[in-house]
Design a protein around this ligand. Structure first.
Ligand code: SF4
Ligand code: SF4
Length: 105
């Protein structure tokens, strides 16, 4: 006779609700940026920094503009650094040394 494992009840919060539980120690300055703005405005057609970000940090009005960066929402996953085809993302840990704090570790 097989024993079925019990399935824990999963709370189905939205992505926004889950992100809301992430705490962030705001250093007051962005730890993210673009190295050379003209690379964004003159060369980049793909805007890979925007869709790769799980926290909706990067926004770009059109392919002639430099992205805006809502650094306060950053989860410090580093994806944007590697997604940019021009290696044009400047990325450092927040100066506070802590940045995000996750509820479960
Ligand atoms: S992917 Fe890189 S070059 Fe393109 S807009 Fe984003 S930061 Fe600029
Ligand atoms: S490090 Fe991750 S969460 Fe932060 S801006 Fe880059 S892609 Fe978004």
């Amino acid at each position: 006779m097989s024993v079925q494992p019990s399935v824990p009840e999963v709370q189905n919060d939205s992505i926004e609700d889950r992100l809301y539980t992430v705490k962030y120690d705001d250093p007051g300055d962005s730890h993210l940026g673009v190295k050379v703005p003209s690379v964004c405005t003159d060369s980049c057609e793909t805007t890979d920094c925007v869709p790769i970000c799980p926290a909706d940090v990067w926004h770009r009005a059109d392919t002639d503009s430099v992205p805006t960066i809502a650094y306060e929402n950053c989860l410090e996953c580093s994806s944007c650094r590697f997604a940019c085809p021009y290696d044009n993302v400047s990325w450092e840990y927040p100066t506070t040394g802590s940045g995000v704090t996750y509820k479960h570790g």
